[in-house]
Design a binder for this molecule. Structure first.
Ligand code: ADP
Length: 386
């Protein structure tokens, strides 16, 4: 026995006021399709069906209807469901009307005495609609991809620009201490004055420290970029860490005439399980920035506690940060104002390194600032570590 072929499902609406014509069309289509056939005779019924029933595959319509015609029906169909193909079935309406209908968006026009064409016309219209949808989808995807590509291109260009700025900042940053080392070591060789020689030696030592610091920052950034940061967590006594930071930085503060205030730790048994080197480096970076961007007043640092985390803060009475610059200062190689930051020196690496370290330790970093009044940087270290 020949297997029964599976018929294609067809959900159609037929706008026709002659029951005889409805019966003929239904008869023709039933042989070919698994029909879900909706027949309507008036404009109102037509509008109702189109707005309330979902997903017709095709609209068939007579030309002359009660009080309106296929042009108007087509207008209604195009405004509420423009993707459903519309075929007009009618006696002769003249070439001009037929062409006008096609121009307005009907996909075909079938004469009632040529109904043999109906099935193939419907199949073609549905196939074309499917292909149009596929094409629309592909075009949409291409548009999205183009948007993504454009974004990636802009990002690459920006990152290229930032790296160039970074390189020029870096060479400036490296040249400054190097010049100090070269110049003062020459003076050291020729000078016999003990006091002067002591001063030159201390400048050379300081310049070496600056160079080491720059190299450390570049190494840190490259480890961060290649995801190779290793954590070594131990019990860290905050009192000791704070004292170390204070002792390390006090001479720099004294030299600039700015006070460095270490606030008391609220709980004397502050022992925290974290990476001590990273925590110390974050504090040093933030406090050094405080010193760098403060010409008068003080920098204070301390820690508070919430239920879930320790909240460290570094507050200064310095130049502050403009609103427009808020977003960029944690970005690699960025300085709030690439021009004026040159006056203060720095490679734009301290905050990105601090942010990466804070995040690796499971916390967050942010700041509050008022231009001209000062800034406070905060970061958290969670109490429960993974
Ligand atoms: P830099 O080496 O330039 O200091 P950072 O990454 O540490 O690099 O800081 C980036 C920029 O953020 C600085 O150049 C400066 O513009 C701004 N900034 C950071 N900390 C402060 C602060 N305490 N006060 C004002 N501006 C700051």
């Amino acid at each position: 026995m020949k297997p029964k072929s599976i018929k294609q499902r067809l959900h159609l609406i037929y706008l026709e006021d002659s029951p005889m014509d409805v019966a003929i069309v239904r008869d023709i289509l039933e042989d070919e399709f698994e029909l879900d056939f909706v027949s309507v005779a008036t404009k109102k019924e037509f509008e109702n069906q189109l707005t309330t029933s979902a997903g017709f595959d095709i609209i068939l319509s007579d030309y002359e209807l009660q009080g309106f015609d296929a042009r108007e029906a087509l207008g209604i169909a195009k405004s509420c469901c423009p993707d459903i193909p519309f075929i007009c079935i009618s006696g002769t309406i003249g070439e001009e009307n037929a062409v006008e209908l096609l121009r307005l968006g009907a996909v075909d026009y079938i004469l009632k005495d040529r109904m043999a064409r109906l099935v193939s016309s419907i199949k073609r219209a549905i196939q074309e609609e499917k292909e149009k949808k596929k094409l629309d989808f592909a075009q949409q995807e291409i548009k999205e991809q183009n948007k993504e590509l454009l974004k990636a291109k802009q990002k690459a260009e920006e990152s290229d620009r930032l790296k160039s700025v970074f390189l020029s900042n870096m060479s400036h940053e490296i040249r400054t201490p190097l010049n100090g080392i070269l110049g003062f070591s020459e003076l050291l060789v020729i000078s016999n004055d003990f006091q002067k020689r002591e001063k030159y030696a201390s400048i050379i030592r300081e310049s070496c420290q600056q160079l080491t610091q720059i190299i450390d920052s570049v190494l840190d950034i490259s480890l961060i970029e290649s995801n190779q940061i290793q954590l070594t967590k131990t019990d860290v006594d905050l009192q000791k860490t704070f004292s170390y930071v204070h002792t390390m930085l006090s001479p720099d503060f004294e030299r600039k005439g700015i006070q460095l205030v270490q606030n008391d730790i609220p709980n004397t048994n502050y022992v925290l399980f974290t990476d001590e080197r990273k925590l110390t480096q974050i504090l040093l970076n933030l406090i050094k920035n405080g010193l760098k961007f403060t010409n008068e007043g003080y920098v204070e640092f301390g820690v508070d506690e919430t239920e879930k985390s320790y909240v460290f803060y570094v507050r200064d009475t310095g130049i502050g940060i403009e609103d427009a610059e808020r977003k960029v200062i944690f970005e690699r190689f960025r300085q709030a104002d690439e021009g004026s930051a040159r006056n203060f020196g720095g490679a734009g690496l301290g905050l990105p390194i601090s942010k990466s370290f804070v995040e690796i330790l499971g916390g967050e970093i942010w700041f509050k600032s008022k231009p001209g009044k000062g800034s406070t940087f905060y970061f958290t270290i969670p109490k429960t570590q993974e």
